[in-house]
Design a protein around this ligand. Structure first.
Ligand code: X8Z
Ligand code: ZN
Length: 615
């Protein structure tokens, strides 16, 4: 997956004892002795960083390989092997994270201080000191991943479908009964996850405390070059910028769905039932574009149909996405990418189908793993995944600790930024579209984009609002599901289509919860990608409306992007942001500017139909 120093971790008792011994041995010295001890300590710190870096680099290859094998062949044996490698990796990362704390007060270079900080705070799931608890946590993590990967829903006629197959029904069906059955059926896979997740939270919180954090929430929010609470405030500010646009979109979509399905299925007020939005989690709504398209401003083409018409198979889709990156000046993907990636869902075994990008050897062995569906949606996801791979390769010459994105939102934003350039003009250039629709169809194009991007934003935010409260204890296990739906309603204005109870564990039906992947990164990415797109379009000298701009083929824009990618995590993220945009602030104004004509149009539609917005 993306290189983070550790997904999981523990501290060995011995390491903790050594750390204590080292710190007590520095007590009770004279001043002269103290300064010479400090010099020694500085030398020791530098050596520590160097050793930690080479140890983790070596171990990372082993864990990458074991996780790759496990998620490509889910069996009891691969689960056990990956858990045992994770256990070892975690023990080492927490040991190093704990040791790094003793060098915090020394006068070190900015680079070394940064490396020590990253060593301490980038463990996603730290295990407690007790080796037995570390082993337990590794087992739970692996089991949760397996439960998600193997998850299926079987219909009464005996057909058992996997997550991508069920998602295809959610995307295409207009039959509310069928949608409800699939929505409900998929969530059955999550029920057995609840006790495992609950225990995982206890163990990882204990690990976070051992590392000096109040809880896992504070640890997760410590990776953004600012204080954890400042980060939370920053998120509220960004969401506040976007919310009026989201409210207008929500109001319009709810009104249109009400017209089609009627009051019984899709009420004209209150939250929207979550099974009607074209997506298993109601996280992006582009699949219902046809149901809500403007009558007179529809661009009149559908990328899924264009792909079929031009005989695009899974490989051709990936090749086309690769050629966008090479058009910007990036080197083609290595042969091993094509030999080792997984593109098509195998029929004979369980795999984790959720799309991911990997960097096995921290150099060139980059791959994707994805059960590609031949749809417009997956065409975009392929660009998203390749964005990870091109980022990984761009920072391969950084020291190991900096082989990562500026913050995790940056990693998620690169491929999406490129995909914002899949405009009608671009589709025509690559021979998929015959005729570019004129400007009178812009509202249709913008609406489609908003259904994917703007609709996603509150979802991108709410997952970790839930998890952070779970980690801090504000949400107790008895409230897991109810609190989940309260936040779904608060942020997204959606509701469960049927009654839910604490016998359900709906968060577990979303990959990133059993998979332990922090989610705020996607919210950030949805802000950042519009900032990047706008700046790259300016660099490319495109003076037209930004939603019609494609940076395809523009080497200057590509070079600028590469400057940022090459930096990896070596500098605070505002520096990386400034490398492309000239500003050090995240700002949703780029989102609002992009969608400005749509916002006006939505508000006109909503008031013409006399809709009461809000929920
Ligand atoms: O998980 C992903 C990527 C892999 S990093 C496919 N995404 C989020 C999701 O699917 O929930 C991309 C957008 C949001
Ligand atoms: Zn991603």
């Amino acid at each position: 997956m993306n290189n983070s120093l550790a997904k999981v971790a523990t501290v060995s008792k011995l390491a903790a004892l050594i750390a204590i011994a080292l710190s007590t041995s520095a007590c009770n010295k004279t001043e002269a002795e103290t300064s010479s001890v400090k010099v020694d300590k500085t030398t020791e710190a530098k050596q520590f960083i160097q050793d930690a870096e080479s140890t983790m680099a070596e171990l990372s290859i082993e864990i990458n390989r074991s996780e790759w094998i496990y998620s490509n062949f889910i069996t009891e044996d691969t689960a056990a092997l990956s858990a045992s490698v994770a256990e070892k990796y975690t023990a080492k990362s927490v040991e190093l994270a704990t040791q790094s704390a003793q060098y915090a007060d020394l006068t070190l270079s900015e680079t070394d201080k940064r490396k020590l900080n990253i060593l301490r705070s980038s463990i996603v799931l730290p295990a407690p000191l007790d080796p037995a608890k570390n082993a337990e946590l590794a087992g739970i993590t692996s089991e949760l991943n397996g439960l998600y990967g193997k998850g299926k829903y079987c219909f009464e006629d005996g057909r058992c479908l996997t997550q991508p197959e069920l998602s295809a029904i959610m995307a295409n069906s207009k039959n509310p009964d069928e949608l409800l059955e699939v929505w409900q059926g998929w969530r059955e896979i999550a029920k057995p996850m609840r006790p495992l997740f609950e225990r995982e939270v206890v163990l990882a919180n204990e690990g976070a405390k051992d590392l000096g954090y109040a809880n896992l929430s504070e640890l997760w929010r410590s990776n953004y070059d600012m204080k954890p609470d400042e980060f939370s405030t920053e998120l509220d500010r960004l969401w506040g910028q976007v919310k009026p646009l989201y409210d207008s979109l929500h109001c319009y979509v709810r009104g249109e769905l009400n017209e089609q399905y009627g009051d019984e299925v899709a009420p004209a007020d209150g939250p929207i039932p979550a099974h009607l939005l074209g997506n298993m989690w109601a996280q992006s709504w582009g699949n219902i574009y046809n149901q809500v398209a403007p009558k007179d401003a529809d661009p009149g083409y559908d990328v899924t149909e264009l792909l079929a018409k031009h005989n695009y198979d899974e490989i051709k889709m990936v090749e086309q996405a690769e050629s966008f990156f090479t058009s910007l000046g990036f080197e083609p993907l290595p042969d091993t990418f094509w030999q080792r990636s997984l593109f098509v869902q195998p029929e004979d075994r369980d795999v984790v189908c959720h799309a991911s990008a990997w960097d096995l050897d921290n150099l060139d062995d980059i791959r994707i793993k994805m059960c590609i569906q031949k749809t417009a949606e997956d065409f975009t996801v392929i660009h998203h995944e390749l964005g990870h791979n091109f980022y990984q390769r761009a920072y391969k010459n950084q020291p190991f600790i900096f082989k990562n994105s500026a913050n995790d939102g940056f990693h998620e934003a690169i491929g999406d930024t490129v995909a914002l350039s899949i405009t009608p003009n671009y589709l025509k250039q690559i021979g998929l579209l015959d005729e570019v629709p004129d400007a009178s169809k812009d509202i249709g194009l913008l609406l489609k984009q908003a259904l994917d991007k703007v609709a996603f934003m509150p979802f991108g935010l709410m997952i970790d609002q839930w998890r952070w409260k779970v980690f801090s204890g504000e949400i107790t296990p008895e409230q897991y599901n109810q609190a989940w739906w309260e936040l779904r309603e608060k942020y997204q204005g959606v509701k469960a289509p049927i009654a839910r109870s604490e016998a359900d564990f709906d968060p577990g039906a979303k990959y990133h919860v059993p998979g332990n992947v922090p989610y705020t990164r996607y919210f950030l990415a949805h802000i950042l990608q519009f900032q990047f797109h706008k700046s790259l379009c300016e660099i490319a000298g495109d003076n037209g409306p930004v939603h019609r701009c494609s940076i395809y083929g523009n080497k200057e824009a590509g070079a600028k992007l590469n400057t940022m990618l090459e930096m990896g995590q070596s500098q605070p993220w505002p520096e990386a942001l400034a490398a492309v945009t000239g500003t050090k602030e995240m700002d949703a104004k780029a989102v609002l500017d992009y969608f400005a004509p749509l916002q006006t149009w939505l508000d006109e539609q909503n008031s013409a139909a006399n809709r009461q917005c809000g929920w």
